[in-house]
Ligand binder design. Structure first.
Ligand SMILES: [Zn+2]
Length: 357
């Protein structure tokens, strides 16, 4: 929209066309980094089996960073504030039109729609943080399977099988409600077997560099399976059996403790904390205090029998005494007793990750 170039890069001279696009949401850059790694791998020019198979059998067209204006602001939408992934039907944005025109020209048999998802997403309602979510999007409301979607499901199953060995339990299946404005769904309708790959987050991977590497693996494994035709032998159950992506959790829940405010009797109170940056787990703030039993969190600290001592930064000095600030920095000491002098068991810190003492 602002005149920045959107580039496509192609590799191979084979009969099967594959189209990959990343960062149509400007703040979702993991797959763009992964594509840069793949460019380097492909351009190193070494002749090995994998690169030769891809070159001979496929014409792979990459569009890294479909939304360069949004990427400048690191915002989801384009320069007009339009979500390009809700513009596949109307096609008013130049970015969406570019992708559609490229699809129509290339007529790719396979497509990869590459995104990032929120870090507060679990694989299933009680599973670990989802590192990767996959979807073979539906092509209409009935959510049935024709040849096009079935092929996409087999490719997704190929990825699930391969990555399952690296990150067991951390691969989820994205909700498959049909969205008539979204590119994944309409690509499927237009005849391109399309797989959505969402990068989530992994513990101890604040810059998503391990996820970036996993993403490289996922794409190369999928491309190779398409090049050899081996994707057709994948077990679709490897996709169907994935737990659903489940969002809406808090980052950290301190459960079962007694909250101690200066000069007050302790009260039974759970504390929910969210990080400003949930991937790096920095900027923790208290979002909720009270009876939070049964609420969902990415991590839970069992504070049964312990006393929660909010630090000064989390307190406001009022006329009648100290108040706990909702939204304040999550700095809380967990002690054996109500006294400040009692044994310290664990420190929860706004930038401490909150995982271990
Ligand atoms: Zn996205």
């Amino acid at each position: 929209m602002l005149g920045r170039e959107i580039r496509s890069v192609s590799f191979g001279e084979g009969p099967v066309a594959v189209l990959l696009w990343s960062q149509m949401h400007g703040d979702e850059s993991t797959a763009t980094m992964a594509i840069a790694d793949i460019f380097r791998f492909l351009a190193e020019g070494e002749k090995d089996g994998l690169r030769e198979r891809l070159r001979k059998n496929l014409t792979v067209v990459f569009v890294p960073m479909l939304n360069p204006d949004g990427a400048e602001l690191f915002q989801r939408e384009n320069a007009a504030g339009i979500d390009i992934n809700r513009d596949a039907r109307r096609l008013v944005t130049p970015e969406a039109r570019a992708l559609k025109e490229l699809r129509d020209k290339l007529q790719p048999r396979f497509g990869f729609n590459l995104h990032d998802q929120g870090a507060r997403t679990r694989a299933g309602t009680s599973g670990p943080q989802a590192a990767i979510a996959l979807l073979a999007p539906p092509f209409n409301d009935s959510r049935g399977y024709n040849d096009v979607r079935s092929r996409a499901r087999l490719v997704a199953a190929t990825i699930a099988q391969a990555l399952g060995r690296e990150i067991p339990g951390r691969i989820a299946k994205y909700d498959d409600s049909f969205n008539p404005r979204a590119f994944g769904d309409l690509m499927q309708q237009w005849g391109t077997s399309t797989v959505l790959i969402e990068s989530g987050a992994l513990p101890g991977d604040p810059q998503k560099q391990r996820l970036r590497a996993l993403h490289v693996g996922a794409i190369l494994i999928a491309l190779d399976a398409i090049a050899t035709g081996e994707y057709a032998d994948a077990d679709e159950a490897a996709y169907e059996a994935l737990p659903y992506n489940t969002s809406g959790a808090s980052d950290l829940l301190i459960l079962g403790g007694q909250l101690v405010l200066p000069k007050q009797a302790p009260v039974a109170a759970d504390v929910a904390i969210n990080y400003d940056d949930p991937v790096a787990r920095t900027g923790g703030r208290v979002r909720d205090v009270g009876d939070l039993q049964g609420s969902i969190a990415m991590d839970t600290v069992n504070a049964a029998g312990l006393f929660l001592h909010p630090q000064a930064v989390l307190l406001a000095d009022g006329d009648r005494g100290m108040l706990l600030k909702i939204g304040g920095a999550a700095e809380i000491d967990l002690r054996r007793g109500a006294s400040q002098a009692s044994e310290l068991v664990r420190r929860v810190r706004a930038n401490g990750g909150g995982r271990e003492p």
